[in-house]
Design a protein around this ligand. Structure first.
Ligand SMILES: *Cc1c(COP(=O)(O)O)cnc(C)c1O
Length: 404
């Protein structure tokens, strides 16, 4: 091959990057020189942070930090091997016991991340000949997992029960239906729209058709329900959802993912989930930090933190009500409050204006959301002050006023 031809490695990448730039979809990393908090330092500038999923302010909580340090002292930094080889250290066992009790299930299994939890669980549960039915807005990890599983993927319109029912009926009518499995996957709180799924109705539907249900509680864990374990608990559905997925790196302030359900489900994953089997166990410090978080979330302090966060959510929802918000708050609000702009470049221009005013509010574009559905994704934390929320409300009005 000729040097400099467009099929050469560097020219090929350069052409691809040009295309990304040309479409207004260029992404780059921003270096942060401070811990996660409502105020972060980036490029020497202090920014008020409305972009994190650290909803309860636990990522830099002294109790989590102490738990992680203690785990390093006792168990060291690395975990040495995969869980099945010799990496199944005590902190993982303790964390999984606590997660099962928290989620109201028999058992739990932790993973390196939510992404790998979805990959491992879905491809362990369904395969060629099976059907996986997902909400149009499920997270990329679920879409990738569905593809990896090689099950037949069907997508229903967002939160549309009639469409889900139509697809379930189709799946049940296939000649091979008797011998194949059907798995429905939804998020309880949608990560980019911030709206809630009608879980009770979905459970009734999947039961009627004998399908299984997996609920991704990435943005609900820590925030909903009496124990604050998520929407499945809040809806009284703990015994009726086959697979509960959560992340440990959002409201729980640590890192990792988990699948909660029956003991048999967990045994199956230990034997079949390739992202669990073929990956070094999470470090002991992250398991210890997540365990501490599960304790705090269920404590009086967790309740007070959640209350503060919900207060901010309600205040901000009132302030952005005149702007085009995404999804519907029909079933309630979440900690994610998106403002939909539409065009990619206009969205990034508003995000930039906010940044210059000292507010970190991310613009979210394709492929994270649909083309033409670009938005600002605002998230709040228990550690914000009421005056932070007011300042953001004013800055948004200013930024949108000038954009209009
Ligand atoms: C963040 C997220 C994941 C992935 O979890 P990680 O721990 O970040 O890998 C999965 N599903 C949803 C809905 C998410 O928002």
């Amino acid at each position: 091959m000729e040097a400099g031809s467009t099929s050469g490695f560097e020219p090929c990448i350069a052409a691809w990057l040009e295309e990304v730039r040309g479409r207004g979809l260029w992404r780059e990393l921003r270096r942060v020189d401070s811990p996660q908090s409502t105020r972060i330092q980036a490029a020497g500038v202090s920014l008020l942070n409305f972009s994190s999923n650290d909803y309860l302010g636990l990522a830099s909580h002294p109790v989590l930090k102490a738990a992680a340090c203690e785990a390093v002292g006792t168990f060291g930094c690395g975990s040495g091997a995969s869980r099945l080889v010799c990496g199944s250290l005590a902190p993982h066992w303790k964390l999984e016991e606590a997660l099962a009790a928290f989620k109201g299930t028999e058992a739990a299994l932790s993973f390196q991340s939510g992404y790998t939890a979805a990959l491992g669980a879905i491809s362990a549960l369904v395969g060629p000949g099976d059907v996986i039915i997902v909400d149009r807005l499920v997270h990329a990890s679920v879409v990738d997992a569905a593809r990896l599983s090689r099950a037949k993927l069907r997508v229903y319109a967002h939160n549309d029960l009639e469409d889900l029912e139509r697809i379930l009926a189709w799946a049940a009518s296939r000649p091979e239906a008797r011998s194949s499995r059907v798995l429905v996957v939804t998020e309880s709180v949608f990560s980019m729209d911030g709206d809630l799924a009608p879980l009770r109705e979905i459970v009734e539907l999947k039961d009627r058709f004998g399908a299984w249900l997996m609920v991704d509680e990435a943005h609900a864990t820590g925030l909903f329900g009496e124990r604050r374990s998520g929407c499945v608990e809040a809806s009284g559905l703990s015994g009726r959802v086959e697979v509960q997925m959560a992340t440990l790196g959002k409201a729980l302030g640590a890192s990792g993912g988990c699948i909660c359900g029956s003991r048999r489900l967990v045994d199956l994953l230990i034997n079949r989930a390739r992202s669990f089997i073929f990956s070094t166990a999470p470090v002991p410090a992250s398991a210890a930090a997540a365990l501490a978080a599960v304790g705090i979330v269920q404590s009086r302090e967790g309740g007070a933190r959640a209350e503060r966060m919900w207060g901010h959510v309600r205040a901000l929802a009132g302030m952005i009500a005149p702007l085009p918000t995404a999804g519907t708050a029909r079933l309630g609000l979440s900690a994610i409050l998106p403002v939909v702009v539409g065009a990619e470049e206009a969205t990034m221009a508003i995000a930039k204006r906010l940044l210059e005013a000292g507010f970190l509010v991310p613009g979210i574009r394709y492929p994270t959301v649909a083309r033409g559905g670009a938005r600002l994704r605002i998230t709040v934390s228990a550690d914000h002050e009421p005056r932070d929320i007011e300042a953001l409300g004013l800055a948004l009005r200013e930024a949108f006023g000038r954009a209009a």
